[in-house]
Design a protein around this ligand. Structure first.
Ligand code: ADP
Length: 587
């Protein structure tokens, strides 16, 4: 049925295959009659198969491409079957070849154009941008001098960017110049500032050093403690004033300074908590000096009971916060001894005044009695039974006159002649005078004379009297005791010469210590007048010196006579006297 149709088609094209199939896919007509009756895979759906054209590019170019097409055969809206054709066409192949050739040509042209445009892009945009990036990197690293940029060639965006960048570099160089100038100025100011700081620091150091040395040179003790009551600083004076107690080193608690420290600790606590200032005078027992020869330091007697004065103030910081307490310390032992001596001196003066008048009056009567008793004695025969009574009256009267003369000596001393003398010589002379007494009492003498001692200007007769009296008293105090050792020592310390008389006798109880210099105070049952020490006191006083005693019962006694080296000055005031003790007649 379809042969005519197939022939007509075969005439018009180079037919490879033409097939017609019904709607269920059975080939009902075919250019190859042997294939009629074959089943088409997918039946009429084969309409939607791709045409069987060769897609090989080479086939196309060689004109060997096979083109194919299929289409449904419709009867109204019903699919009746499928017709498919495959054929070769030189004309189509040639046309496709031409199109392909022109497409390749166009492609090459566009590639060329792209390459040209690319190179222009690289030259005009990428290269300047790379240079700019490198320059930016150099700027970031601070290598501003290493940035070399050519002026822009064009005024497009890149050119504008380049020129802005160049301006930026110039501005940065300017800024760097300014910064360098500022830095140089800053450096100069820095140097000036450093010099000034060094100057001020040196000033501060000098001021602080000056203050420190003032504080350290002070005789008074200065101690600072923190809020816990521990010592922060103490000057040399503090250690000196507290000799014999615990050394006030930094870190030592105030409470550990001396025995029974409660009043001092309370004063420190009051200063810290309430900002209160407290004055204290404490009497405490100090440890004796390790070496008894150094028991006096700067006039301060070490060991035994000592009177120490404290003044406790709050210590404020610059912002008024309380840092701790400031304690000033002064050893008042010597001052209190001087006070006692002054009181005694006053007592002696008034006693002396009264006694002098009385003694003068009594003396008149007694000298009269003496004259008459002498006459009575002369007119009474030796074998007269009344003779012993007359002798007794006369002798007792003589003793009374002698006592009265001694007393008048105390009340109205005879004229003294001051001359320079070595105390060592006077001590030796006194020992000679007392030799018989010391031998009799079997006293061992330990003489320690300072080879460097200077002279004192004194009335040597009076001073000898003082020393003899002290030696006699020492010998009396050691009678019947063991050991019996008398030490006589001289030493010079600056403006003062000291004579120390120490014995191992009975000692003096506290109650008597204050009275032994009073006239007529004696504990001796027989032979004591109680005038020796009061006369000694008077004499030493007239020499501008002082006499001190330290003793405890059963522990011996130490009498120290301190005299100004060089003696009294022309106006009658003694060296080292400071105007308190006047020479001349005390009564
Ligand atoms: P007197 O020797 O006539 O008693 P003093 O004035 O010399 O008078 O002494 C007064 C008192 O001081 C003595 O009676 C004695 O109690 C006491 N005294 C003086 N020296 C010593 C001493 N070295 N040891 C103990 N007591 C002393």
């Amino acid at each position: 049925r379809f042969d005519g149709l197939i022939e007509r088609v075969a005439v018009s094209v180079d037919l490879v295959e033409l097939h017609i199939s019904d709607r269920i896919g059975t080939t009902i007509g075919h250019s190859d009659p042997s294939r009629v009756g074959e089943r088409l895979v997918g039946s009429a759906v084969g309409v939607f198969e791709s045409p069987h054209a060769s897609r090989a590019f080479g086939d196309l170019l060689r004109g060997q491409a096979i083109y194919g097409a299929s289409a449904p055969v419709m009867g109204g809206t019903r699919v009746l079957g499928v017709v498919g054709i495959r054929f070769r066409s030189d004309e189509i192949s040639q046309r496709i070849g031409r199109i392909l050739a022109s497409a390749v040509g166009m492609g090459l042209v566009w590639l060329l154009i792209g390459a040209v445009v690319g190179s222009i892009y690289v030259r005009r945009i990428t290269q300047p941008l790379t240079l700019l990036t490198t320059a930016a990197g150099a700027i970031t690293r601070g290598e501003l001098d290493g940035v070399h940029l050519d002026p822009p060639q064009t005024l497009d965006e890149v050119g504008v960017l380049q020129s802005s960048f160049l301006h930026l570099v110039v501005a940065l160089r300017d800024e760097r110049g300014k910064t360098e100038r500022l830095l140089a100025e800053l450096e100069r100011m820095n140097v000036r500032l450093r010099d000034r700081v060094e100057e001020v620091t040196a000033d501060l150091r000098a001021t602080s050093g000056y203050l420190q040395s003032v504080i350290h040179c002070m005789e008074e003790g200065v101690i600072t403690c923190d809020a816990e009551g521990d010592i922060v600083q103490a000057n040399r004076g503090a250690a000196q004033q507290l000799r014999g107690f615990v050394r006030p080193d930094p870190g030592v608690a105030v409470a550990a300074l001396l025995p029974d420290p409660e009043p001092l600790v309370e004063a420190v606590e009051r200063a810290i908590a309430a900002g209160a200032t407290t004055r204290l005078e404490l009497e405490r027992r100090a440890a004796p000096a390790a070496d008894p020869e150094h028991e006096h330091v700067d006039g301060v007697a070490l060991g035994g009971l000592r009177t120490v004065g404290f003044r406790v103030n709050p210590l404020h910081g610059a912002d008024r916060t309380t840092l701790g307490a400031l304690i000033t310390v002064i050893d008042l032992t010597d001052a209190r001894l001087v006070d006692a001596q002054l009181r005694r001196h006053d007592r002696l003066i008034s006693l002396g005044t009264i006694a002098a008048g009385l003694a003068h009056e009594l003396g008149n009567y007694m000298h009269t009695i003496n004259g008459f008793s002498a006459l009575l004695q002369a007119s009474t025969a030796d074998d007269d039974p009344r003779r012993p009574d007359v002798d007794a009256v006369h002798n007792e009267n003589l003793r009374a006159v002698a006592l009265l003369d001694r007393f008048l000596e105390f009340a109205r001393p005879s004229a003294e002649r001051f001359q320079a003398a070595h105390v060592g010589g006077l001590v030796r002379e006194a020992l000679d005078v007392c030799a018989w007494k010391l031998r009799q009492a079997e006293v061992e003498v330990d003489l320690r004379l300072d080879p460097d001692e200077g002279t004192v200007v004194c009335d040597s007769r009076s001073l000898l009297q003082v020393l003899v009296n002290l030696i006699f008293n020492a010998a009396d105090a050691m009678a019947g005791r063991e050991p019996r050792r008398l030490r006589l020592q001289t030493c010079q310390d600056g403006e003062r010469v000291r004579i120390i008389v120490r014995d191992t006798g009975s000692g003096i109880c506290a109650e008597h210590l204050d009275r032994i210099f009073d006239p007529f105070f004696t504990t001796k049952a027989a032979g004591g007048t109680g005038l020796g020490l009061s006369i000694a006191h008077q004499i030493v006083d007239r020499h501008g010196g002082r006499i001190q005693v330290r003793s405890e019962p059963q522990a011996g006694a130490t009498f120290t006579v301190t005299l100004p080296a060089g003696g009294p000055t022309r106006d009658g005031q003694r060296n080292g006297d400071r105007g308190r003790h006047r020479g001349g007649g005390a009564a």
